[in-house]
Design a binder for this molecule. Structure first.
Ligand code: LLP
Length: 426
C-alpha cells in the first residue's frame, strides 16, 4: 500500500499535490512519502514480532540511500545493511548506531574494513576465504576483533530476474554450501576474528516464499552441523529479497505476515538472533518518479509519449525489463495505448511499449509508480543529464532532499589536462 492517491482528480503524495512539487522543483523529480516508509517499517517489524529473540532489521541502504530516507528509517528503529564505505558513512550520519549495522558485499577493501572496524559495526558478512584472510590481517593489525558471519550460497534458484538472483552456485555471491565447514575452520585459526553467525541472501524481488524457505532450511541444517563442529553460531542473517507489487494485474507477492510466519516456523529451535536486510519492501512503494510529457509523436501503431525522465533517471525498465505502473497525475477519464519513452538516444530508453494507460498529452504530468527503491540511487548522467532531484513529503509538508544538479556543476566536474588548456597569449 502507498500514500499516492487522487484527491479532487489530482494525485497527491500524502497531503501534497504533485503538480505543486513539479512547479517548484521542475521535472523529473523523485517524490517520497514518509508515511509509506514508516508503515512498511512497522509492518515488517510486526510480522516478526512472534520470534523468540528480537531481530535486527537492517535496512538495505542500497535500495535508497538518501539522507532523509535513512534518517526517517533510523527514527523508525531500523538498522542498516551496507555494502561500501560510502553507505556505511551515510548510515552513521543518519544516526544509525554502529551496533545495528551489518557490512555485506563481495569486494570489501582493506580501507573499508578498517573504517567499519573503527566504528565497531555489528557484523561483517564475509563472502569468501580470501576476504576473511584480509579481514583477519586488518583487524589483527588494528589490535581489534572483527565479528563475522560467512554468507553462504545455498544453491537455490530464487525464481527472479537473472540479474538480481544471487543464490545459485554459479553466482558470484557467498561461500559455496559444501565449502562452508572449511571456511569456518580457516576463520577459527586466524587472529582478529570472532565467529558469530551465518548469513544468506538469495536474490531480490522474490514473489514466492518456497525458494526462501528452501534456503533457510539449508541454513538451519548448516547451523546445527557448524555448532557440532564447535563454532559458536549465535546470529543468522536471512537477508532481504521479499518482492513488492509492481503490476496490479499480477498476483500480489507474499505479505510480510506470511513471510514472518514462514520464518518463525523454519527457524523455531535455532536459538539464534535473526537479522533481516529488507530494502525494496521498505521503500519501493514510498516513491514515484514524477515526469512531464515533452511531446507526443506519432508511431507506426501507437503514439510515442516522450517524457522528460529517461533511462539515466530510472534504469530498471531498460536494465531488467522492469514493469512500473504509469499513471497520469491528473487523469482526464480517457485511456489510450502508448509507448512511453525518454529523450536519451538509445532504443533501450523505453519505459513501456504498447501500454494501455490513462490518456496524457504534451505538458501533462505522469508518475512512474513504485520507484522509491533502486530508482534515484541507480541514476546517472548519461547524455549529460543532471542527477535527478529528490523530494520528501510528510503530511502537508515537503522538502527538497537532493537539489537538482546544476548543469554548470555537471560540466565543471571535468578537468582539462595541462596540454589542452588554452595558452595565455601575451
Ligand atoms: N541484502 C543483500 C546482501 C543484497 O544484496 C540485497 C540486494 C538486499 C539485502 C536487499 O534486497 P531487497 O530486499 O531490496 O530485495 N537493482 C535491482 C535490485 C538489486 C538488489 C541487490 N541486492 C532492482 O532494481 O531490481
Amino acid at each position: 500500500m502507498d500514500h499516492f492517491d487522487l484527491r479532487d482528480g489530482v494525485m497527491h503524495a500524502e497531503d501534497v499535490a504533485l503538480p505543486a512539487i513539479a512547479e517548484a522543483v521542475g521535472t523529473p523529480v523523485y517524490v517520497y512519502a514518509t508515511a509509506t516508509m514508516e508503515r512498511h517499517a512497522r509492518v515488517f517489524r510486526e510480522a516478526l514480532a512472534a520470534l523468540p529473540q528480537p531481530p535486527l532489521v537492517a535496512y538495505a541502504v542500497k535500495a535508497n540511500p538518501n539522507a532523509a530516507v535513512l534518517a526517517t528509517l533510523a527514527r523508525a528503529g531500523l538498522g542498516a545493511d551496507v555494502v561500501s564505505g560510502g553507505e556505511l558513512l551515510r548510515a552513521l550520519n543518519a544516526g544509525i548506531a554502529p551496533d545495528r549495522i551489518v557490512f555485506s558485499g563481495v569486494g570489501k577493501t582493506a580501507e573499508e574494513m578498517a573504517l567499519a572496524l573503527r566504528h565497531g559495526i555489528f557484523q561483517f558478512n564475509v563472502e569468501s576465504e580470501p576476504e576473511v584472510e584480509m579481514l583477519s590481517a586488518v583487524a589483527h593489525g588494528m589490535g581489534t576483533t572483527a565479528p563475522i558471519a560467512f554468507r553462504i550460497n545455498p544453491d537455490v534458484d530464487a525464481g527472479t530476474h537473472a540479474k538480481i538472483s544471487t543464490g545459485k552456485s554459479e553466482n558470484k555471491f557467498g561461500v559455496a554450501y559444501d565449502r562452508a565447514h572449511a571456511a569456518y575452520a580457516l576463520a577459527r585459526g586466524l587472529p582478529g576474528l570472532s565467529i558469530r553467525g551465518v548469513a544468506v541472501h538469495i536474490g531480490s524481488q522474490l514473489t514466492d516464499l518456497k525458494p526462501l524457505e528452501a534456503a533457510f532450511g539449508k541454513i538451519g541444517t548448516l547451523i546445527e552441523s557448524l555448532r557440532r563442529a564447535g563454532h559458536p553460531i549465535r546470529v543468522a542473517d536471512l537477508g532481504g529479497g521479499l518482492g513488492v507489487p509492481y503490476d496490479p494485474a499480477q498476483p500480489v507477492p507474499p505479505s510480510p505476515a506470511a513471510y514472518g510466519e514462514m520464518v518463525a516456523r523454519i527457524t523455531a529451535g535455532w536459538d539464534a538472533r535473526l537479522v533481516f536486510e529488507p530494502g525494496r519492501l521498505i521503500v519501493a512503494n514510498a516513491g514515484v518518479l514524477l515526469t512531464r510529457v515533452i511531446r507526443v509523436k506519432q508511431g507506426v501503431a501507437e503514439p510515442f509519449v516522450i517524457v522528460d525522465a529517461a533511462m539515466n533517471d530510472l534504469m530498471r525498465p531498460s536494465l531488467y525489463d522492469a514493469w512500473h505502473d504509469i499513471r497520469a497525475v491528473a487523469p482526464d477519464g480517457r485511456r489510450f495505448t502508448a509507448n512511453v519513452v525518454g529523450p536519451v538516444c538509445e532504443s533501450g530508453d523505453t519505459f513501456a511499449m504498447h501500454r494501455p494507460m490513462e490518456h496524457v498529452a504534451a505538458g501533462d504530468l505522469i508518475a512512474f509508480m513504485t520507484a522509491g527503491a533502486y530508482g534515484a540511487t541507480m541514476a546517472g548522467t548519461y547524455n549529460s543529464r543532471p542527477l535527478t532531484p529528490e523530494v520528501i513529503v510528510s503530511g502537508n509538508k515537503w522538502s527538497i532532499v537532493r537539489a537538482r544538479q546544476p548543469l554548470e556543476a555537471l560540466i565543471a566536474a571535468d578537468n582539462l589536462p595541462p596540454w589542452l588548456v588554452a595558452e595565455e597569449t601575451a
